[in-house]
Design a protein around this ligand. Structure first.
Ligand SMILES: *Cc1c(COP(=O)(O)O)cnc(C)c1O
Length: 348
């Protein structure tokens, strides 16, 4: 099976397994795990922030940002398709007691007029906003990349209304690779950043939350509150260190494989798919355009040896990653083309 469901399915590389076997460890809740400490130092440096905190998941990293910045009854500004709103069990409300104020923009970046309108609302009449979230790359918007210009504009708007920005950068290294920039050229526009070691970077477990030291100290207490303070976490941090060091430089291969699939599918006019809409490792196909539901398409592709994710009644997601060879990516592109072309031909 060629597993294109997610980049979370990657298995640790031999270098990661060796690092895990040899990791120096201690009790991280006592701040005695040298490997976690090293990972947190390097994660902060990579993001250009004062400090960082190792978390078991990206969802927890985001939840900590919401809990630490939020106020019960207050509001957060975010895109209606973003992961924090769609996929994190409503943590903004369940944990942080926040109301979501939603925007809808093509690449998921909250636009200036939205930020100014909601950010200026007076606290006496409205739930006071306390945080803006931005997701880069944007998962449900096809791995869309938010470029520095858009982020700079968002930052200017946020300063006018005095609100901090949290970046859900689960795949921030994919964004940097697609733009051929250093990751700090993107994270400089956010006050806090969450990024995943366990997505395209291929580590088995973990994320980091980076930001100002005072914020990270409070987030550390909130991590304990959520049960995310770990013990000999150096065993997994060791793999994350290898991920941070070795894996960003190969992400362009996943992007090229995604591009190949998108270009094959572009040849089917009914799908109305533009490869430029998929600049990173994700491709989303609207299956209704060729008369199939997403579950039907997913089942049919599974028969052909390809696993995909159902992303809505008629949305199918393909994700490329370290465990998909170029040969397998080419095979998947051929098989997907053959399947969707057959459906399209039946409509002609
Ligand atoms: C996967 C993902 C997360 C959450 O990461 P987990 O480690 O699965 O909890 C957050 N944001 C985005 C955009 C993601 O794709």
């Amino acid at each position: 099976m060629i597993d294109l469901r997610s980049d979370t399915v990657t298995k640790p590389t031999p270098a990661m397994r060796a690092a895990m076997a040899n990791a120096k460890v201690g009790d991280d809740h006592y701040r005695e795990d040298p490997t976690v400490a090293e990972l947190e130092r390097r994660a902060a440096e990579a993001m250009g922030k004062e400090a960082a905190l190792f978390t078991p998941s990206g969802t927890m990293g985001n939840a900590l940002a919401l809990l630490t910045r939020g106020r019960p009854g207050g509001a957060i500004l975010l895109d209606k398709e973003c992961h924090i709103y769609v996929y994190e069990q409503g943590g903004y409300a369940a944990l942080a007691g926040m109301n979501p104020l939603l925007c809808d923009s093509p690449n998921g970046c909250p636009p200036t007029d939205f930020v100014l309108e909601y950010g200026r609302r007076t606290a006496l009449r409205y739930p006071p906003a306390s945080l803006i979230c931005v997701e880069n790359t944007h998962n449900r918007r096809g791995g869309a990349v938010i470029p520095p210009d858009d982020l700079a504009e968002l930052k200017r708007a946020s300063e006018q209304v005095n609100l901090p920005i949290h970046m859900d950068g689960a795949r921030i290294f994919n964004a940097a690779a697609a733009l051929d920039l250093h990751v700090r050229q993107l994270t400089q526009y956010a006050d806090t950043v969450q990024f995943c070691f366990s997505k395209g970077l291929g580590a088995p477990v973990g994320s980091a939350l980076a930001g100002p030291s005072g914020f990270i100290e409070q987030a550390r207490r909130n991590r304990r509150l959520l049960g995310g303070a770990m013990r000999q976490a150096g065993v997994i941090a060791a793999a994350a260190l290898v991920a941070l060091e070795e894996m960003p430089k190969r992400l362009h291969e996943d992007h090229a494989n995604a591009r190949r699939l998108a270009e094959r599918l572009q040849a089917i006019p009914e799908l109305r798919l533009n490869p430029d809409d998929f600049p990173t490792n994700i491709v989303i196909v609207h299956t209704k355009r060729v008369g199939a539901s997403a579950p039907e398409a997913s089942d049919a592709l599974k028969q052909r040896g390809i696993l995909t994710s159902i992303y809505g009644p008629a949305m199918l997601r393909f994700v490329f990653h370290n465990d998909v060879s170029n040969e397998n990516a080419a095979f998947a592109a051929d098989a997907a083309y053959a399947y969707f072309e057959k459906l399209a031909a039946e409509l002609r």
